[in-house]
Structures are given as structure tokens and as C-alpha cells.
Design a protein around this ligand. Sequence first.
Ligand code: DAH
Length: 353
Amino acid sequence: MGMDTSEWLRSFEATRAAADGWNPCETETLEALGRLRLDFLGRGGRLTESLKGLKGLSLDDRRKLGPRAQSLKASLAERIQRRKSELESSLDLSLEKDRVDVTLPALPPGRGRLHPLTLMALEMTDILRRMGFSVADGPLVEDDWHNFGALNIPEHHPARDMQDTFYLKDLPFLLRTHTSPVQIRAMERARPPLRVICPGGRVFRHDQVDATHSAVFHQVECLAVDRGITFADLKGTLDVFMKSLLGPSTKTRFRPSYFQFTEPSAEVDVSCLLCGGKGCPVCKLSGWLEMLGAGVVNPAVFKAVGLDPEEWSGFAFGLGVERLAIMKYRIPDIRLFYENDLRFLRQFDENIV
Ligand code: DAH
């Protein structure tokens, strides 16, 4: 193998000419410099090949030409190194290094969570919707008629007292004290048969705030009006509703009560969520938790909205969203719902829906 000396020399001189002809200042980027280094000094590079080619020459020629080739290699390597340092310290490069790559995918934003009260209300709405109820709502600023009068709450009733109700300067307006006025609005809006639910609206009461009271809280209201509706429909609906909401072994209990807008009226208890009815500190050993108010729509309410109580009958119930959530999750203080402490709110993320 091997080439003869003159052949080697010709190729070596060409390489040297090319190397000498290279003006380092013309190499503008580190990439170009890297390509150039490979071209001469890389594996298979022109100078590397010359050095390898030395092996095929006679000992004499090797002694004579070897150092020339080595010194070209050394000087070329040095020039490349010098240019490399220049390029690396240049302003352009530092700008390049610090450049923000706007095409990089951003950090994924944290997924928002629904508030536990929203989740609770959505879950209730969902169950009642599947039972044929549609969603209704009314204004937070109500008038006396919808909040009280049409619901058969007479003028002198303590619920109208300034202590409970936030009145606006412009009477007869007030902040609604319950979601029951939505019943009136639903019946004014559409003729029966009706099945509506007001899903977790805000209500306002002039209450001292403490662990179990808040001046603003939420209620779910439900109303069904049709021909021939009885108390049994109310019982059946609530039983299915509570079982879907709190588990299939949940029992309901109806206790006689009094609300102006229902006759008869009941307060409804559910078997204790913790002990299942055996009796524990949560249910104060009774086995039951007081859950909501309900009843058969009072004929006076139908009259107030121009419906004939002889033709129509209905049932209604209303419950506090906070109260339900407090019992379901055994939350010690109602204020936790409004403080927006993420450590509290995070716990309800996937728990519910
Ligand atoms: N509105 C009542 C309250 O806030 C709760 C209530 C009781 C609603 C009986 C009803 C009902 O629909 O039939 O205390």
C-alpha cells in the first residue's frame, strides 16, 4: 500500500494551502468553526489523512516530513482554538445564549378546582335534573312580595324583622333571605305542570358570623306543581334524592313543622352519615341529622300567583348547601368555605363528581 512521496507531498501542500488560506475572522459561528475543524482535523479530515499517509513513506521521508505535518496540525489547532474563544466571548454569543425560546412549551398551568359548595350544588342539581326537574333562578335583590308576601309570610312575621333581613334603602327591596321566592318567580313565568330546581343560590341574613352562621350562604330550592300531587310524592322524591346524594342506605324521617308557604310542613332528617343511625357525637346520639324544610304548597301561595288551588297541588323543599356539606364532610367551621385557603379547597377536588 502507501503512496509515493511526491504524491503525499502534493496532497499535503494542497491541505496546507487550504489551511493557510483560511482567514479565522471569516468564520462567524461556532458551528462553522466546528465544521472547519472536522474538515481538517476530524477523523477522515484532510490533515488527519496526511498524517496517516506518512506511515506508507520511507523512514527518511517520515523523519523529514512528519514534523512539517505535525507543526501544521499544531498551528491549525491553535488558530481554531483562538477563534473559538473569541466567538464564545462575543456579545452576539451571549445574546444568543440568553435568548428566550418562545417556541418552548410553557409550564402547564395548574388546573382550577370547583369550590366544594359548587360541587355540592352541582351534584344535587344533577340528581334532580335526572328526576325531571329543570333549573330556575331569581334575583338576589328581591322585593318584599316575592320574598315574603306571595309566600304567605304576613307583615308582622318575625322573619321580616330588620334583624334577619337586609333591606335596601329603596323599599320594598331587600336581599333575598331564602331561595323560596324562586318558587313564586317560576310559577309567574310558566303555567304548571312545573318541576323546577334553584341550584345553590346565595341568600342573605343579618346573622352574627360564627362557626355555624354566615350572613351569606347558599340554598337549593325545589318545587313541583301538577294535578294530584300529594305529600307521598314529596316523600318519595326526597327519599330517592337523599339516597342518590348520600348513599343507598340513607333513610329519611319527616317531622311535623311549620312554614307559612307549605301546609302541611315538615322538617326532614336523614340517618346520620357517620354512624348510620346507631347514635354518635355527630348526631348527638339521636341517629338523625336535621337536613331540610319541606311541605305541600299552601293554597294561599297558589292564589298569590293566580293559580287555582282546587286544580293544582304541589310540593316544595329547600335546603342549605353549607349545612349539607358540613355534615357530609364533617367540616368544623362554616367560615372555612369563604376563606379561600387552598389547603382546605384542594381536598374536595376529585372527591365528589
Ligand atoms: N325557605 C325556608 C328557609 O329558608 C326553607 C324551606 C322550607 C323551603 C320549606 C321550602 C319549604 O321550599 O317547602 O328556612
